[in-house]
Design a binder for this molecule. Structure first.
Ligand code: URA
Length: 289
């Protein structure tokens, strides 16, 4: 039999659990990523190097970190080199996009895959002359297995429509194929592990114009340390492979950033006009960086 005082304490515990859950949801948690809680005070060090979780959803984060995107990862005093060999071999062995998609889906080297629901490879027309590379899938993309289908994706669609493009005339992917849990920032190691597939992806598509959407995609692929404000509005020659034949590339503000900072829309409009001009007549552009 449950006594009144026991019943009250049971109710109290249920109430505590519910209010803790409500508090977590309020703070931005949108899913549980472990079946059981982990004691982060235990000295096993397993969780010590976990990256910081951003409280804002990926769709709403400004990409402004200036962190080094090279494959060398500094963890305290130890410098680790992620083992990207398997990714390199698997990417290089992929002769076409179908093979590359299968290779990415079969790749278990990136820990993000373990917490993601789906691999998000690409959407749109792979024969299009325009390819867009974003950062990483968010919650909606993870659920559907398609890039840019959440709020930021809807704005990206409107940006494409402004230059008379849609997903039948553009091809869209991300530099990460799996959603970082809770939309945290991807680590340098995760980026480095996906990069061989990303480069192969661009090499196989070989678009006339490559648009890097947001600071993380731009810094990673252009191998630059500046933020998106400095990188956007210029044209670059991007070499996705050892052929030495470059692809025209540019960078734009991430639509998630534009959703929060509407005043940057004017610059983005200029960038879109420049992209359209480049697609229409790439020969008139000489002397690019
Ligand atoms: N943000 C991205 O960078 N990519 C997506 O697919 C969705 C949101």
């Amino acid at each position: 039999m449950v006594g009144t005082s026991q019943f009250t304490s049971l109710q109290m515990r249920t109430w505590d659990t519910l209010s803790s859950l409500a508090w977590l949801v309020e703070a931005g948690a949108d899913e549980s990523i472990q079946d059981s809680p982990s004691n982060r005070l235990m000295p096993d060090g397993v969780h010590r190097n976990e990256p910081q979780t951003s409280s804002a959803p990926l769709d709403q984060r400004e990409v402004s970190s200036n962190s080094d995107r090279s494959p060398l990862i500094s963890s305290g005093s130890v410098t680790m080199v992620p083992n990207t060999e398997e990714a390199h071999l698997s990417a290089a062995a992929s002769r076409n996009l179908d093979q590359l998609r299968l290779a990415v889906e079969a790749f278990d080297g990136c820990g993000l895959k373990r917490t993601a629901m789906n691999t998000v490879f690409a959407d749109g027309n792979p024969h299009a002359d325009l390819m867009l590379m974003g950062e990483a899938p968010g919650a909606e993309e993870d659920r559907k297995g398609l890039p840019f289908v959440g709020a930021a994706g809807h704005l990206l669609d409107r940006m494409l429509a402004a230059i008379d493009r849609d997903r039948t005339s553009a091809y869209i992917s991300n530099i990460l194929f799996w959603r970082p849990p809770g939309n945290r920032n991807p680590t340098n190691e995760e980026i480095a592990l996906c990069l061989p597939f990303v480069r192969r992806h661009i090499a196989l598509v070989r678009p006339r114009v490559l648009v890097l959407v947001g600071g993380i995609a731009a810094k990673t692929l252009l191998n630059r340390s500046e933020g998106i404000t400095r990188l956007r509005g210029k044209w670059y020659k991007y070499c996705p492979d050892d052929s030495g034949v470059p692809v025209d590339a540019t960078a734009i503000f991430h639509p998630a950033f534009l959703l929060r900072k509407g005043h940057q829309k004017r610059e983005t409009w200029q960038d879109l006009i420049s992209i359209r001009a480049r697609l229409t007549d790439p020969k008139v552009f000489e002397g690019d960086k």
